[in-house]
Unconditional design. Sequence first.
Length: 236
Amino acid sequence: MKKIDRRALWIAAVVVVVLYSAVAAIRCSVGPKVGKPLKPQGKSPVEVGHNPISKIRLGQEFNDMNDVQLEVAMKVGVDPVENRAAAELLTDKLVPVLDNSVYKVDTLTHSVPFLTKGAAQLLLTIGENFRDSLLRKGLNPHRLIITSLLRTEEDVRVLRRGNINASENSTHRYATSFDIAYARFDPQNKVKGCKDGDPGQMKMVLGEVLRDLRNESLCYVKFERRQPCFHITSRK
């Protein structure tokens, strides 16, 4: 029976530890990380005002159909992803969408909280402009409520099992689209000189914000009636 070489065993043990550490480091570097979420600027410098609220026929103003939105989504978005785990690996293309001072993410049932960088920046701009517009009109601050974001292939299958009319090729699959509720908003601390606005008023204020950004060719917008939300697709 050959005598065991203790020095060889010790070297082998060290090699195993080093290899294990290297593998762990690689897993951490490619694991479920995404880009940093975008954050709004500090408190708005806008002074309280009493600007009038525009009257917009939202259904007529915002009627960008799915085929128009889909064309740009496929051009600037990501390829459809299978599930959340796959989305979390797209560190160079997606950023997480988390609650901040200008919007909150609702409980998501058929989507995951990620967007392309361009769509995430658009969402942040909408939230900041909405905050400023409320103050200019003398209305207390409210956060927007985001009801849908990136829809994975797994989400699409589940959604279509419950609703066969659900779109199989939604722009949400490309991480360029998001939905913002227009019937409910998240109240924040009241501001001196402002009054509480009702959901109808705030819906119109949000409509003004979206109209301006749409006129700048930054997005497409569809006013949804069945599910009370604005469906928005970034063009960047």
